[in-house]
Design a protein around this ligand. Structure first.
Ligand SMILES: [Fe+2]
Length: 492
């Protein structure tokens, strides 16, 4: 194509921007809390060239990494750069798109053959002083945290065997270890899943492989103090379909979901599979924890089918967004005994939504509260077009899962939000701060953007500060907060 398609994946907020920029001393409205000193890294897909196929998805966009630096003197700087992936460089050299359908190399132009296809556009991950840009279809790219220059593909000094690494790692707050996995670990539509542990110094100390019940889009997983949990939902890949030039993923409503649970330091042969409901879908888990009596609990953003329109189309599923059911849901597992799991107890916790966030210190432990994004049921007018679903969230929630207590921050009309990061507070008893990019539609194709800082324990009170960003921003996927102390430690 010579121009970008006129579809929801390239319209509204999703309209490609493709401009690298730096802006210093941004205009700040309100007061930035003293706790907020460090860097908010964001992953943003933004395609350089019009795609080869009109039905391409927003998920294919070249990865950009953005940072908002909250300086020690209270000033704020902004930078946005492309990740120089092998794919980005190959297309730059050709001056056009070379790669075909989403995760289908059989639709690529010949010049693309053998080139790493990942666009590293999903999550910036900080661990052991290194900054990585991740996407689940390949290995991560390492990025210079100061200049945002691309260092290269990251294979843990040659130790990683898996061809893929999830964009959703879990870092234990006590040990500092990073737990992660990769599905399709040895190639397209494979059932092989790698399970890896990097120690607090960033060394890959363990990699094991196991077979999932089928090849599934395993986007996220969870850990507890003693277990690793691998949820499997029936969005599936078929090698024959992909080789024929078809969609990588279709959703299969009649297929069961599964959760594999094993001791997190154990052997994959100890995995116990629990069968779950048919046809459901989850992209993100809020947290998992143990109750001390043999119960393991997994809190996740569950929906009745896959939420992505491009996957629904490929699957022949026709469902209006408002007909989709689901919500923040707890699945509980009885780990007493041995052998195959004995079912899953399900309990609704909160309204539908996504982009769950907890304090890093609560990872894998019983927790009191978390946050996620949702649609305001009282908002007037259609949602802002953006992201892979084509509709942006317009309300922030704080939830106490045990009591069901909800607090909400509904945004003004014509505003929407991207996933927040959590910044811990130094004040005992204070829940910390959330920082999120809020987009404001100011015209048919015009948007203004600001980072809002909200008291995490009092979200309904609205922002304590807004930092105006004088650049057009495409929707972010995920973000990561790195404190000034973590940045300084990485330099020492
Ligand atoms: Fe994600």
């Amino acid at each position: 194509m010579t121009s970008f398609p006129n579809t929801i994946d390239f319209a509204g907020l999703n309209q490609p921007v493709g401009i690298e920029c730096s802006h210093h001393d941004l205009v700040v409205e309100g007061a930035i809390p003293d706790d907020v000193r460090g860097t908010f890294y964001r992953a943003v897909p933004d395609p350089v060239f019009p795609p080869l196929f009109e039905d391409d998805t927003a998920l294919s966009g070249d990865g950009m990494i953005s940072k908002l630096d909250f300086r020690a003197d209270g000033g704020v700087d902004f930078d946005l750069r492309y990740v120089r992936t092998a794919r980005y460089e190959a297309e730059q050299a050709a001056g056009r798109a070379l790669f075909g359908r989403y995760r289908n190399p059989f639709t690529d132009i010949a010049e693309a053959r053998g080139v790493d296809r990942t666009v590293a556009n999903t999550t910036p991950v900080w661990h052991a002083g290194k900054l990585l840009m991740t996407k689940e279809d390949g290995r991560a790219y390492r990025i210079d945290p100061d200049t945002l220059a691309t260092i290269g593909s990251h294979d843990f000094d040659g130790a990683l065997k898996s061809e893929t690494m999830t964009a959703h790692v879990r870092i234990d707050p006590v040990t500092g270890e990073m737990f992660f996995f990769g599905y399709e670990a040895d190639g397209i539509a494979s059932t092989k899943v790698s399970y890896c542990i990097a120690d607090a110094e960033g060394r890959l100390v363990r990699e094991q492989w196991f077979d999932g019940p089928y090849c599934s889009m395993m986007h996220d997983f969870a850990i507890t103090e003693h277990y690793a949990l691998f949820p499997v939902f029936p969005t599936t890949a078929s090698r024959a379909r992909i080789e024929a030039g078809g969609a990588h993923w279709i959703h299969e409503p009649e297929l069961a979901s599964w959760v594999g649970i094993m001791p997190r330091y154990g052997d994959v042969s100890e995995m116990r599979w629990f069968e779950g409901p048919r046809g459901v879908s989850v992209y993100h888990m809020m947290n998992a924890f143990e109750d001390g009596a043999g119960g393991v609990h997994l809190d996740q953003c569950l929906s009745s089918t896959n939420a992505f329109p491009f996957i629904q189309r490929a699957s022949g599923i026709s469902i209006a967004p408002w007909e989709m059911k689901g919500g923040l849901t707890r699945w509980s597992f009885d780990m007493n005994g041995s052998g195959p799991g004995t079912g899953i107890a399900e309990r609704p916790l909160g309204p539908p939504g996504d982009f769950p966030r907890i304090a890093d210190a609560d990872q894998g432990r019983p927790y009191h509260h978390g946050w996620y994004c949702t649609m305001n049921p009282e908002a007037k007018g259609p949602p802002i077009v953006g992201g892979p679903v084509g509709a942006m969230f317009n309300m922030l929630l704080r939830i106490e899962p045990e009591t069901g207590r909800l607090d909400a921050l509904p945004l003004p009309p014509a505003h929407c939000l991207n996933e927040p990061v959590h910044v811990p507070s130094h004040t005992p008893g204070h829940e910390g701060w959330l920082i999120m990019i809020v987009d404001h539609q100011t015209g048919a194709n015009d948007f203004a953007h600001a980072a809002w800082i909200v008291d995490a324990g009092k979200i309904a009170a609205g922002p304590v500060a807004k930092i105006h960003i004088p650049a057009r921003l495409r929707p972010q996927v995920h973000g990561w907060w790195v404190s000034a102390a973590q940045r300084a430690e990485a330099l020492s």
